[in-house]
Design a protein around this ligand. Structure first.
Ligand code: BTN
Length: 256
């Protein structure tokens, strides 16, 4: 069943919701609407993405009719220094919404992975649209909701809410909860700054301290133990060679 957009609009009458059967990426549609002065909070969703985008140039598996593939236009009074923390705030929002809508408890892996039993069930991609007036952040969120299986290359690392709970989950309910949680965490970031979000993320993630991980960075691999987040929300790593590194970007993976 496609998402019931009429019901969504009845639940959120003040929000602009654009829903597509198929797009290349909701990020592209959101960019276009941000350029065309769409208001903050506008949601662009799709049943299917033919070229769904992940971080670091990866693709995002977007099985038709199974996932939540949405981009949200945020026009907020964020201090530019808070931008890396927006991704953390969105992760907290996704974790909270999944718990509320499905009762499933998720872990967070810095900076943008939402995990259930160590497998990824959701990912977040943030993009700054500096050329629009006012400027906008596009929050791209993909949640594996009702997938019953994954392509073989993703099988060991991906899961869905349905696989975890053993039942079909409502994408509509989840989206309503997700948007409410995003508003809450963005309000907090706007009014209180980075610190509360960084502290909440550190509490909500098993990856922030004391985890043995490796990090791919610019073609090389760092191995070490995570040692908290700094004041900018970047991950601290105590490397095996004794040096301390600040991880600004890069995929963090557990050492097996
Ligand atoms: C990641 O974990 O690498 C980020 C994945 C983000 C996927 C979402 S799905 C909706 C939006 N449109 C895209 O093309 N990507 C994001």
């Amino acid at each position: 069943m496609p998402v019931d957009v009429t019901w969504l609009r009845s639940q959120m009458p003040d929000r602009r919701i654009e829903w597509h059967d198929v797009v290349d990426s909701t990020m592209t549609e959101a960019s276009r609407l941000a350029e065309a002065a769409a208001p903050s909070g506008t949601v662009i969703g799709a049943e299917e993405q033919s070229a769904g985008r992940g971080r670091h140039g990866r693709s995002w598996h977007s099985e038709p009719g199974s996932g939540l593939y949405v981009s949200i236009i945020l026009r907020r009074q964020f201090n530019p220094a808070t931008l890396p923390v927006v991704t953390l705030a969105l992760g907290l929002a996704a974790q909270e919404a999944i718990l509320k809508a499905t009762d499933l408890a998720c872990d967070l892996r810095w900076p943008n992975d939402v995990l259930i039993q160590s497998k990824k069930c959701a990912g977040i991609l943030t993009q700054l649209e500096a050329s629009t007036h006012p400027s906008a952040i596009i929050a791209g969120i993909g949640i594996n909701v009702n997938h019953s299986s994954f392509p073989v290359e993703l099988n060991a690392i991906a899961t869905s809410l349905r696989i975890a709970s053993g039942r079909m989950e409502s994408r509509e309910r989840l989206l309503v909860d997700l948007l409410a949680s995003i508003d809450t965490y963005c309000d907090l970031l706007e009014t209180e700054g980075r610190r509360p979000i960084i502290e909440m993320f550190a509490r909500a993630s098993s990856y922030v301290s004391g985890r043995r991980v490796y990090v791919d960075q610019d073609g090389s691999q760092l191995r070490g133990t995570t040692a908290g987040l700094n004041d900018s929300g970047f991950l601290l790593l105590r490397s095996d060679d004794g040096t301390n590194s600040v991880i600004v970007a890069g995929g963090v993976r557990p050492c097996s």
